[in-house]
Ligand binder design. Structure first.
Ligand SMILES: Cc1ncc(COP(=O)(O)O)c(C=O)c1O
Length: 957
């Protein structure tokens, strides 16, 4: 429909660039939808009682927007307010050198960072291979056979391991034993996660043996938080004798030189992969890992990449064992993890590919040597070093002098760890130099430079690693930068990300991640801050945190915001904990029932269970709306046990439900709290505010509405926003009292401000868009969805519509009728879209047999029309199946996607032509994406579970 030859007006402001269609295109779209203006469209679509003023948008008190050059200048000024000292704090966060080839070609490369979670495996082979490298690396180093494709951070991974152990014990016992020598923040997160589930944490010094309790699991850290390296065998054996599972929180770099948890017989290993080339970023994002022994793979939380075969019988990658996940098992899920840390896992895996086993070992040995030099220097000074067997961390006793030593070191440009009044912690890392060691010694009182000479290793003889790791060729092949660069390019070329095509995934808001928004995240002033560094060294980043808290509160109509949660799911958990804390503070402990509509996202139910609530499902009517009669019945049945209702708005069906204000009122009248899942906020910003139309708490997904890229399945930021009465129950953190209220249930993430280093992205977006730009984005997102719905309606039934026959920011098209008549399913359409060069819309959520399309505001009319034309052409193909001119089994839809190899093979056995297979529309001849594999057999991969890199021979048919 659009004519590209007509010249576009110049883009004068950033919103002109963020919003795809220009004014003429918008006018054409409005005409199709039948409205004179986007404001008219919004007032027709939105229920009047959620607007702050009749027929008018919601005012947003935000600073006047600036342009791209100015926003970068402002960010530079904020960066300059951070002070970068050398970090030797350790505690799970270490200096690391990101190989520039990885930084530029992954972290700063939209082919990687704008990709979506690999649910459509045929267009995700590149990142799936990269994740398989990550899994293989973790499995090899931990000595455990199966590793997942990343978790959110080490502390939450430890909590996930705790609940895994409980599931294995079938809930029979309630005690989980934690060694006293674990990171303080890990223990704090374990406490937050244990309490609502009725798990009793027993903290004990396990070097003295297991306490006499009947526990379902035990957690030890290796090396311990103090740096001490202990033989784990006695703890593992004692725990196993009592039928308890053993979880080891292990440092991967240490495991290149130390015996692995698997060798000790551990059941589960967890940890962070941050120091494998991922900057500390004031706390994140980084990928945590979990690996398990054989027999526990079905209990693994999060995603797991496995190997299967495609239609031609060739090896192909895809996500395995998805039936464990929250989107299927809901309240019976193994965890609520959805968005994880894919981009960072890819980086960590590639760090291992880049260095190989010998390179990693050399780094570890260098780190250890520096630490040993430091220990020797300290002992020479007469200072007591408490850690006798260590890898990279020392605990040093300086009675009553710890604060003074830490202060002196800071004056010398180095941050140390203040353990207590008498004890200082020092950690070395890949970036530690002999000058740093000398400066630390000076802080402890040395007046002359240390004597450098040979120092003996402090790795205990019996604990040194003698088992090979990373033997797969991928960890030996890409040593030259040319080879590495081309490997990364080859993988990226296999995938479809936003840099090639629109990704119309409903519920995911795959909008533009503008380059100017992305620039700052790799600046050292943001990237290289330790999360526990004193806040006066992080003034610029703290200002970004505070600005965002204020702006997000304004946008959502709430009173307080915490940016700590690392994903939407963690925001849900934090929000539900706030509700729980509130009820308890009023003596209403019994309120434990959470009402959740049947259409809800799976994470909602899983989070409610984690927060100690019982889920009661509320039915939806045939229009997809909450069934008010059923809601009333469920409220009555819950009585004074009603804790909350969790509802997504606009609904997961993509409509503005008319009754939301009434729903909130009914729940409040019964003493419950209203949780509005804010994943769909892109349909509300600048028009309606959940905090004003009746909700008490929401999480937002900054990786949807506020432009943090999806990274192929993470990172994410899931801030939780609350009304004032819930503010005392927002997350806090032991490392920084400024992170949250002391009245809270504790932290929900390892770092005080969560994934702080990517907050500049959302900060820049809001700063660039301002009030009008943000509102215009919402209006365009709604216009685009209605345009797509209107144009596709003659070809595919649009399932749900709200007021005046309008949808919100996404629409669901129903393939079930067509499938009944022709056998062509929504999956066939999704795979055929790949042949047309598109990423499929969301499949079968929230309704099986459907596709949910969310075009977002960032796609211009030409791209929207290209997609619509593809869908119409596909409908024509379905009609040919119906008419019988295509065979029901052998047609371009059932056989999609078609690979180049298949289409160019000497033999072609299909009843349709090669050009129909590959070039169904002429524009593909100018630019064509070729799926690297054919349709993947999902069931085969689960029956033959392989979750590590297959040998090269597997591909050599
Ligand atoms: C409606 C809804 N709620 C919650 C979530 C969970 O968010 P996250 O994946 O960031 O954990 C999603 C994610 O897609 C969602 O669509």
């Amino acid at each position: 429909m659009s004519d590209r030859s007509v010249s576009r007006p110049p883009a004068l402001t950033f919103p002109d660039r963020h919003i795809g269609p220009d004014p003429a295109e918008r006018a054409a779209m409005l005409e199709t939808v039948g409205y004179a203006s986007t404001a008219d469209l919004m007032t027709a679509a939105l229920p009047a009682d959620i607007l702050t003023a009749p027929d008018a948008p919601a005012p947003l008190r935000l600073p006047e927007p600036v342009g791209e050059a100015e926003v970068l200048a402002e960010l530079r000024a904020l960066a300059a307010r951070n002070r970068l000292l050398v970090s030797m704090i350790g505690q799970g966060y270490y200096g690391t050198v990101t190989p520039p080839v990885i930084r530029r070609n992954i972290l700063e490369n939209p082919a990687w960072y704008t990709a979506y979670t690999p649910y459509q495996p045929e267009i995700s082979q590149g990142r799936l291979e990269a994740l398989l490298n990550f899994q293989t690396m973790v499995a090899d180093l931990t000595g455990l056979p199966i590793a997942g494709a990343s978790l959110l951070d080490e502390a939450t991974a430890a909590a996930e391991a705790m609940t895994l152990a409980r599931r294995v014990d079938k809930g029979k016992r309630s005690v989980f034993v934690v060694d006293a020598d674990v990171f303080g923040h890990t223990l704090a997160v374990l406490r937050t996660r244990a309490e609502p589930l009725g798990i009793d944490l027993v903290v004990a010094d396990l070097s003295a043996g297991l306490p006499d309790v009947d526990a379902f699991g035990v957690l030890v850290q290796y090396p311990a938080a103090s740096g001490q390296v202990r033989d784990l065998r006695p703890v593992v054996d004692a725990a196993h004798e009592r039928g308890a599972l053993v979880v080891v929180a292990a440092d991967l770099l240490a495991l290149t030189v130390l015996r692995s948890p698997g060798e000790f017989g551990a059941d589960v290993a967890v940890g962070s992969t941050q120091r494998f080339g991922v900057p500390m970023g004031f706390g994140g994002p980084h990928a945590a890992y979990m690996a398990v022994r054989d027999g526990l793979q079905r209990q693994l939380p999060g995603r797991l990449v496995g190997v299967s075969v495609d239609a031609a019988g060739k090896p192909a990658y895809r996500l395995a064992l998805q039936t464990r996940e929250q989107h299927i098992r809901r309240e019976k899920a193994t965890s609520n993890i959805c968005t994880a840390q894919v981009l960072l896992a890819v980086m960590a895996g590639m760090y291992a590919v880049y260095h190989g086993p010998h390179g990693l070992r050399a780094i570890a040995e260098r780190v250890h040597r520096r630490t040993a030099e430091l220990a020797a220097g300290l002992r020479k000074l007469g200072v007591e070093v408490l850690t006798d067997a260590f890898f990279d961390t020392l605990r040093v006793r300086v009675p009553s002098r710890a604060a003074a030593v830490v202060r002196t070191a800071r004056d010398l440009g180095i941050n140390l760890f203040f353990a207590d009044e008498d004890t200082v912690g020092v950690s070395c890392d890949e970036t530690t130099t002999s000058e740093h060691v000398a400066a630390v010694l000076r802080a402890f009182g040395a007046t002359t430079p240390p004597q450098t000479g040979d120092v003996p290793s402090a790795l205990p003889e019996g604990l040194r690693r003698d088992v090979d790791y990373l033997t797969h060729p991928v960890f030996h092949t890409y040593r030259s930068e040319t080879a590495m660069l081309r490997y990364l390019r080859r993988l990226a070329d296999r995938d479809l990300a936003l840099d090639r095509t629109m990704i119309p995934l409903g519920s995911c808001t795959m909008k533009l991640n503008a380059t100017a928004e992305m620039e700052a995240i790799t600046w050292p002033e943001f990237a290289e801050l330790h999360p526990f560094a004193p806040l006066d060294q992080a003034e610029g980043l703290v200002q970004i945190v505070r600005d965002l808290e204020t702006w997000l509160a304004e946008i959502t109509g709430y009173d307080a915001v915490s940016l700590q949660p690392n994903a939407g799911s963690q925001g849900e958990f934090a929000g539900l904990l706030a509700i729980r804390g509130y009820h308890r503070s009023r003596g209403e402990e019994q309120r434990d029932i959470c009402l959740i509509p049947s259409s809800a996202h799976g994470t909602n139910a899983a989070s409610a269970v984690m927060a100690g609530m019982r889920v009661s499902v509320v039915a939806c009517d045939s229009g997809g709306n909450i069934d008010l009669a059923d809601l009333r019945a469920k409220i009555d049945a819950a009585g004074d046990r009603l804790a909350a209702l969790m509802v997504t708005y606009p609904s997961t069906h993509g409509v503005y439900e008319e009754t939301i204000a009434e729903v909130c009122r009914l729940v409040h009248e019964a003493g419950g709290q209203v949780y509005v899942d804010g994943a769909n906020l892109n349909a509300l910003v600048g028009w309606a505010k959940p905090g004003k139309f009746g909700a008490d708490v929401s999480h937002l997904n900054l990786h949807k509405t506020f432009c943090i890229p999806h990274g192929g399945g993470g990172p994410g930021v899931g801030p939780v926003a609350v009304r004032a009465h819930l503010a005392p129950f927002l997350p806090n953190h032991p490392a920084h009292t400024e992170a949250g209220p002391h009245t809270s249930a504790g932290p929900v993430a390892a770092a005080p401000f969560g994934s702080a280093s990517i907050l500049p992205i959302s900060w820049a977006y809001i700063r660039l868009m301002g009030e009008e730009g943000l509102r215009a984005a919402t209006e365009q997102a709604v216009l685009a969805a209605n345009y797509v719905a209107r144009r596709l309606a003659p070809y595919y039934p649009v399932l749900y519509m709200g007021r005046n026959g309008l949808v919100a920011h996404e629409c669901i098209i129903d393939l079930r009728g067509l499938q009944k008549r022709t056998g062509i399913s929504n999956e066939d359409v999704a795979k055929r879209l790949i042949d047309y060069g598109f990423h499929a819309p969301t499949m079968s959520f929230p309704v099986p047999g459907t596709l949910m399309i969310e075009p977002t505001e960032s796609e211009d009319l030409a791209e929207l029309d290209r997609f619509i034309d593809a869908m119409i052409a596909i409908r024509g193909e379905i009609d040919r199946v119906a008419e019988g001119s295509y065979d029901r089994a052998d047609n371009p839809l059932k056989n999609a996607p078609h690979t180049a190899e298949e289409v160019t093979a000497d033999e072609w056995k299909h009843a349709y032509s090669r050009s129909e297979a590959a070039y169904p529309v002429p524009s593909l001849r100018a630019s064509k994406y070729w799926a690297p594999v054919g349709r993947i057999d999902q069931a085969y991969g689960d029956r033959n579970l392989v979750c590590a890199c297959p040998p090269p021979e597997a591909f050599a048919q």
